[in-house]
Design a protein around this ligand. Structure first.
Ligand code: 2P0
Length: 320
């Protein structure tokens, strides 16, 4: 059978950086995210193909990606037949735009449907997490929390919806500083931070409190409270990256220019707050009514600026 799933990336408002179990991909910290409309991954899975193949944006995937995809497919159905995967992103991959979050959530949903397996959304979220941690949050639209979980097998560490896609008229204005592949991947970067940053323990200790503040701010639709905790989480995570040995520096000159532009917007009375992930791009959280002014300010520093509204969860259809 064949099935196609469409998923959106999510951007963390309170960040995940660090694992307590690398084999099961269990996080050391809880996190909170917003799923974004306007960017998407479309993945078609053919169950029972002549052999395992993964085609990513029209090109045969490299060995590492193929191995990761096969490992997740093995979890969907341990005695599976060969499977064909065709996946396309309509935005730059591997540039800190959370392409792995939409990628692995689309993959598990399409694969389960093509295999004829009916799994709960939480089970699908756990499988997506095994592919890439942040993917477990993209099963749902709107605001989503990824809980730490307590079980050793990780079956209770998955996404939990906090507020639906139409909860709040906020947007993320995304300034694309660079669409190039990042020099240090998230998986190895966060492992290096755990092993070498003197700030890692403090990061892990304080993260649950930031998620509590973020969740309350989302539910109360309090932009200032959410923006402040999002910026705190962002800059603490980048401090962790910068104090890793060797330092992990994702920032480019235009990144810093955008960060200053956001501060100036706030000085002018516009509620705009910046976040960044494992890449040089800057994403700015603001009300939809301020999106055009924010985009204008960012366009002074980068050419490509996009406005993304909250997006929905994964959708899937069985192909005839
Ligand atoms: C996040 N990031 O919370 C954080 C913020 C990047 C910075 O989740 O190793 O691709 O596959 O679990 O999920 C990116 O890391 O890492 C990420 P793995 P993932 O969105």
């Amino acid at each position: 059978m064949m099935a196609t799933a469409v998923a959106h990336p999510n951007i963390a408002l309170v960040k995940y950086w660090g694992k307590r179990d690398t084999a099961l991909n269990l996080p050391a910290v809880p996190s909170l995210s917003l799923t974004l409309d306007g960017f998407s991954t479309t993945t078609t899975v053919t169950w029972d193909a002549p052999r395992d193949t993964v085609v990513f944006n029209g090109v045969r995937a490299d060995e590492e990606t193929t191995r990761k995809v096969a490992a997740v497919l093995d979890l969907v159905a341990p005695n599976r037949p060969p499977v064909g995967v065709v996946s396309d992103n309509d935005f730059p991959s591997a540039a800190g735009l959370a392409s792995s979050s939409s990628g692995f959530s689309a993959l598990v949903v399409a694969a389960a449907a093509a295999a004829g397996r009916s799994l709960s959304i939480e089970q699908l979220s756990v499988l997506a997490r095994r592919g890439s941690g942040s993917a477990c949050r993209s099963l749902w639209g709107g605001f989503v929390e990824w809980t730490l979980g307590e079980r050793a097998d990780g079956t209770d560490s998955h996404g939990v919806p906090v507020a639906p896609v139409d909860h709040w008229d906020v947007v993320m204005v995304v300034a694309i500083v660079s669409g190039k592949k990042k020099a240090v991947g998230s998986t190895s970067g966060m492992e290096a931070s755990r092993a070498t940053s003197p700030y890692y323990d403090a990061w892990v200790r304080t993260a649950p409190g930031r998620v509590d503040v973020g969740r309350s701010a989302v539910l109360a639709r309090d932009l200032q409270a959410l923006g402040e905790v999002m910026e705190a989480s962002t800059f603490e995570m980048h401090a962790l990256m910068h104090t890793t040995r060797p330092p992990i520096i994702y920032w480019q000159p235009a990144t810093v220019a955008c960060l200053h532009a956001v501060r100036r917007l706030r000085d002018e009375g516009i509620g705009a707050y910046a976040t960044m992930d494992a890449g040089p791009n800057v994403k700015v959280l603001c009300l939809r009514s301020d999106a055009a002014a924010v985009a204008r300010a960012l366009r002074e520093h980068v050419e490509d600026v996009r406005i993304a509204k909250p997006g929905g969860g994964v959708s899937v259809r069985i192909e005839p």
